[in-house]
Design a protein around this ligand. Structure first.
Ligand SMILES: [Zn+2]
Length: 346
């Protein structure tokens, strides 16, 4: 039987228990969740169009990296009022959230269509990463075992107060892979007519600032290029571009003015950077190290990234493990799993 849930495998339990677990996963997949529906906004035709286009782009990227993306029903996606995720998560997250075992996404909708799409895209990459579940004795029940490169393990021994420690191996690498894919997604969706106007205004505003810094002869061109790559969004970009255009007919004066505006935007937090900078930076360092130590097997960061993304979306991580161990030595894959892990008490 072909299940609609994205889970491809269940680890542990008898055959009968596995069958029951698949049924349970299917129920969880179909069920509406109150936690999100309490804050839900009705989807407009424009929302539906953005969600549909976003899913197509995400599916293409996932397939490019060897995944077999399964459909996510529209009812599994909740558009939420601004600020509700902070309430749902007790202040831990904002903007977007996903529930892996139930395969649900909550995404807040504010002024910006670009932010709405990119937040949704990010969460959708998480859900479309390879999924397997595990029947556990501790804590009893059905849990996510693997989500992409991440692998969960539960332990009571390192924990006091009777709590169980949840350790997610490769957690930060998975987050970096998802964020890197989201950057590729933003590039794609920015070309779509539905977001084009907003995306082009951001581009134009950025171009002025980059031109300004390069013109005044900054010695840190690398920094300028990094700013160019990392700035994702400014609030109401179209009106900001209008303002700069109205300021002067001279391009150099416009560049200077836009740069001054940027400083204000920083102060007021009226901008947003590409997500998970720290995690991506660590990933880039690892990729570069693998390129350098690979004896010519890999020529670029992108080539190695492809191996990581393929492991994340196809679930076949043994291939990646072999590559890493052949370059960095025996035991290095396990070491990386540990280095990039996260632990929490549950
Ligand atoms: Zn994430």
């Amino acid at each position: 039987m072909e299940w609609k849930t994205h889970y491809e495998r269940i680890v542990g339990g008898t055959e009968e228990e596995k069958d029951m677990a698949f049924n349970k996963l299917q129920d969880l997949f179909d069920e509406r969740i109150k936690e999100f529906s309490k804050y839900e906004l009705k989807k407009t035709p424009e929302d539906l169009e953005i969600l549909k286009k976003s899913e197509t782009i995400v599916n293409n990227i996932v397939a490019r990296y060897g995944g077999r993306p399964k459909a996510l029903p529209i009812d599994n996606i909740y558009i939420l009022k601004p600020g509700s995720i902070l309430t749902i998560t007790g202040g831990r997250f904002s903007g977007g959230i996903h529930r892996p075992i139930r395969l649900k996404i909550g995404v807040e909708k504010g002024e910006s269509k670009l932010l709405f799409a990119s937040t949704f895209g990010h969460e959708l990459f998480h859900l479309k990463s390879y999924k397997s579940a595990r029947i556990d004795k501790l804590p009893v029940g059905l849990h996510v075992y693997r989500s992409g490169l991440s692998m969960y393990k539960y332990d009571r021994k390192n924990s006091n107060e009777g709590k169980i420690e949840e350790k997610e191996y490769f957690a930060m690498l998975e987050e970096a892979i998802i964020s890197e894919c989201t950057i590729k997604f933003i590039e794609e969706i920015s070309k779509d007519p539905i977001l084009k106007e907003e995306a082009e205004a951001i581009r134009k505003f950025k171009d002025w600032i980059v031109a300004y810094y390069l013109r005044i002869g900054t010695s840190r061109e690398e920094k300028v290029r990094e700013f160019e790559r990392e700035l994702k969004y400014i609030t109401d970009p179209q009106s900001k571009v209008e303002k700069v255009l109205a300021f002067s007919t001279d391009e150099e004066k416009r560049q200077e003015y836009a740069t001054k505006m940027l400083n204000e935007l920083f102060k007021e937090r009226e901008l947003e950077e590409m997500e998970r900078y720290k995690e991506r930076k660590n990933l880039y360092e690892l990729l570069d190290k693998l390129v350098v130590s690979s004896n010519g097997k890999f020529k670029s960061r992108d080539e190695v990234f492809k191996e990581f993304a393929e492991a994340n979306f196809s679930g076949n991580y043994l291939h990646l493990a072999r590559i890493i161990e052949s370059i960095l030595g025996k035991g290095s894959f396990r070491k990386l799993a540990e280095e990039f892990s996260e632990t929490r008490k549950i």
